[in-house]
Design a protein around this ligand. Structure first.
Ligand code: MN
Length: 226
């Protein structure tokens, strides 16, 4: 069986193999308007994500190992900075497109996930506040994450550049369940310097059905937690 070229589960994302390719967006580039405008979406996916794919493949051309993307991230400390940035960028964006949706029915919060969030944070509002504060407080470019940490608890963390919680180089490791890209390229055309406003608006396009799926997968398959 050949490795998948696109993925919609954590396991499939982990099993992606080089040469990597740009996954199709699971919706049209205008369909997340007005929260994310079409030009931002086209540039973000077609130019930025494509560049991570291209550069990850270039960085791997001299690498004879054929490990999958998940293994690569788990051992990223032993690899080049170019691979760390670009394989990270490929995983992060492939994941990010999946946790957004224009589909109203998928934007409804499943009761199982709602309870998990309430247990961990007190309320959904408190979780959002913490995630927004973490994203606003992150200096420079990076990501804010909702993860299942090594204890299996829901937690919020941030990473710089294109690092992610699967990498052995980050201090807080875990299995990503949800993420927001807080690089300026994700919001600058529409929100300019107003990152906090972008973070407030994005809640209305979250695919909670998918986040619930990722959370159940993270809980079930603890092996994929580094
Ligand atoms: Mn990005």
């Amino acid at each position: 069986m050949s490795a998948p070229s696109s993925a919609s589960t954590l396991k499939e994302l982990s099993r992606l193999k080089a040469p990597f390719s740009l996954p199709k967006l699971p919706y049209s580039s205008s369909s997340l308007e007005p929260v994310v405008d079409q030009v931002t979406m086209e540039t973000h996916h077609g130019k930025h994500h494509q560049a991570y794919v291209t550069k990850a493949n270039e960085a791997l051309a001299a690498d004879s190992s054929s490990v999958n993307l998940g293994e690569m991230l788990k051992t990223i400390s032993s690899r080049s900075m170019a691979l760390r940035n670009n394989a990270g960028g490929h995983w992060n964006h492939s994941f990010f497109w999946l946790v957004l949706t224009p589909d109203k029915s998928r934007q409804k919060m499943p009761s199982r996930l709602q309870k998990q969030i309430e247990n961990a944070f007190g309320s959904f509002e408190k979780m959002k506040d913490q995630l927004e504060a973490a994203g606003t407080g992150l200096f420079g470019s990076g990501w804010v994450w909702l993860i299942r940490n090594a204890n299996g608890d829901l937690a919020i963390t941030t990473t710089i550049n294109q690092d992610n919680p699967l990498m052995d180089v980050v201090s807080v490791k875990g299995q990503p369940v949800f993420a927001i890209d807080v690089w300026e390229h994700a919001y600058y055309l529409k929100y300019q310097n107003r990152r906090a406003e972008y973070l407030k608006q994005i809640w209305s396009i979250v695919d909670w059905t998918r986040v619930d799926q990722f959370d159940q997968e993270a809980l079930k398959n603890r092996k994929i937690i580094p």
